[in-house]
Design a protein around this ligand. Sequence first.
Ligand SMILES: Cc1cc2nc3c(=O)[nH]c(=O)nc-3n(C[C@H](O)[C@H](O)[C@H](O)COP(=O)(O)O)c2cc1C
Length: 257
Amino acid sequence: MSHPDIFYRPMKGETSGLPHDLFKSFVIPRPIGWISTTSQDGKDNLAPFSQFMNVSFDPPTILFIGHQDLYKKRSRDTVMNCIETNEFVWNMATYDQREEVNNSGKETWEDEFEEFNIKKAKSRLVRPPRVADSPISFECRVHSIVRVANEYHGKNTAGPHMVGNSDIVIGRVLGIHVKGEYITGDGLFDVLKAAPIARLGYRQYTYLNNVFEMTIPSMPDEGKEVGAVLAGAMTYSPPDDGEEEEEEEEEEKSASH
Ligand SMILES: Cc1cc2nc3c(=O)[nH]c(=O)nc-3n(C[C@H](O)[C@H](O)[C@H](O)COP(=O)(O)O)c2cc1C
């Protein structure tokens, strides 16, 4: 016989009655934000965050979420570093790297790159290093940090309060590294070769091992351009800040000397 249907109100401290937290198993799969940062005094840090997502595509903007740290009784080192320095790097976490990803989730004051022998590569625009073996890395500048406190209409809510305070770190993507070996002959990103991992509930993970395609239905009068944007085929137009023209002028000047 199957289990009876469940309804419960977490804000009132009710639970599902099951032995393990169900909630984490529903918003899945959660891609891993494998985030590198550097403290103000120069110590590198690497940690996985499964609360990770795109915010916008143009300009590329991402977010990850750090809860309060039960051991250190404050925000995660990663978040502290973002507050101090305004910089972080996202690295794609692949199936081949699963042990390193998990290891780097250890609570420690040390540099996880060094502690777990994870190779660093220099970034170009920001100070934190990249994970050298990741297929993709984004160099990011912090846009804003939003605190979601464990309260509701000004009152403390039920639950273990410490982890209920979460920092949403939003970052603009300044530079994108893509390893050439992951670009297919058709110019697509080879997701099956990269096999990124993602978090489920409990101790469960998954990795990307299949892909199917669908086309979003379009409005009858939708122009070609809209369809192209939805399909991701549109190239980004450079912002009109005059920078490029200045660069071009500089290049022209130096070429003419
Ligand atoms: C796969 C995985 C996903 C995780 N996701 C998160 C998360 O989304 N948010 C969070 O606060 N901690 C998450 N953790 C725990 C942190 O990675 C861990 O507390 C780490 O020590 C934080 O490092 P830091 O203090 O150096 O920033 C995750 C751990 C693992 C292994």
